[in-house]
Design a protein around this ligand. Structure first.
Ligand SMILES: [Zn+2]
Ligand SMILES: [Zn+2]
Length: 345
């Protein structure tokens, strides 16, 4: 089969590999229909994910059809249309039992697919703990609608959930990339009084205004004025930092009101500075990533009910044979790209 492979730092290539086979009793083999490219794939390419193993097939956000299941899988059958979760988790350890699946203690726990084991920018993928890592897609939800459920939408859903958003709140989202936009959709499920989205990319702000007319979309230099205008207590009640730069880290805590919640969703390239003397007395609560991606069933139902719709985010599609072109476009942020779907089979 064809599999897009992390060869070495700076180099991915489409290679021929054997089709994966069942290795464990809780494995499933999934024929990938759609896979997407994530910013984390670029992080692997550029060597900023030291855990990533050269030679693995990349791709950790995909949907497909179950081809084969191991002997201990009871709830899935060949032919089921499924979303694959970015995280591998056993469902049984202390952390899994608390819903903190990102910290599953299994050796393959957490982000393994497309990082430490073969992922899904390929025709087939082997999914360990498939009874946890695969979720059936409702009949009235398309593959395209479900494509982001296992990773960026899971992240947005988790971030909104842990930010303790109340109806009277002003919520600030820093970053309007794919994860920021998914976070925006999920924050809206909590019906806060006001949502402000901040990004330095005017095209992305225009996208926000087109799809969410009630949202205040501002540039970083407009943020302070917007915060003053739209929050009743000197700052946002909840700030969700999805952008991941030193500037946005600072903006996040500066924009929060005293006793507010700052949820750090972003993955940074390096350490950030917490200037505690400056924030003394602000009594903030920080919550930090990464995603506990175990709410796929709930988000698929919300898509089925029309309350979430990530499809406008998928701006481009390519066949697997043209994945190089897809990466080039995604990496250079050409043509208004937000997310790219790769048709794998
Ligand atoms: Zn990702
Ligand atoms: Zn576990």
């Amino acid at each position: 089969m064809l599999a897009y492979t992390y060869v070495r730092q700076g180099e991915f290539a489409l290679q021929r590999k054997p089709t994966p086979v069942l290795e464990q009793k809780r494995d499933a083999i999934v024929r990938v229909t759609l896979s997407s490219i994530c910013t984390s794939d670029l992080h692997i390419k550029h060597g900023s994910v030291p855990r990533a193993v050269p030679g693995i097939t990349v791709g950790h956000e995909m949907v497909g059809v179950v081809e084969e299941v191991g002997s201990e899988i009871t709830a899935l059958c060949p032919g089921d249309r499924v979303v694959v979760n970015v995280e591998t988790f056993c469902g049984q350890c202390f952390f899994c039992r608390h819903g903190w699946v990102n910290n599953c203690t299994d050796p393959n726990g957490g982000w393994a697919l497309g990082c430490r084991i073969d992922g899904g920018q390929a025709e087939y993928v082997r999914v360990p703990y498939a009874d946890q890592g695969l979720t059936k897609i409702p009949d009235n939800v398309t593959d395209l609608q479900a494509l982001l459920v296992g990773d960026v939408l899971a992240t947005g859903y988790w971030a909104a959930k842990i930010s303790e958003i109340q109806p009277q709140d002003t919520v600030l989202i820093l970053g309007a990339g794919p994860t920021g936009l998914c976070t925006l959709q999920c924050v809206r499920l909590h019906n806060p009084h006001c949502i402000i989205v901040c990004d330095r990319d005017v095209e992305r702000l225009a996208f926000v205004r087109r799809h969410d007319s009630g949202v205040i979309a501002v540039l970083p230099e407009e943020l302070l004025a917007a915060i003053r205008q739209y929050s009743a207590h000197g700052g946002a009640d909840a700030v969700l930092e999805v952008a991941g730069s030193p500037d946005t880290f600072r903006m996040a805590w500066e924009s929060a009101r005293p006793n507010g919640i700052v949820t750090i969703v972003a993955l940074y390239d390096g350490p950030q500075v917490l200037p505690l003397p400056e924030m003394y007395g602000k009594n903030l609560t920080f919550k930090t990533g990464g995603v506990d991606g175990c709410h796929c069933q709930e988000t698929l139902l919300l898509i089925a009910e029309g309350k979430l719709d990530p499809t406008p985010l998928i701006t481009h599609q390519f066949p697997l044979s043209e994945i190089e072109r897809a990466y080039a476009l995604f990496e250079a942020r050409q043509d208004g790209v937000i997310k790219v779907a790769i048709r794998c089979s």
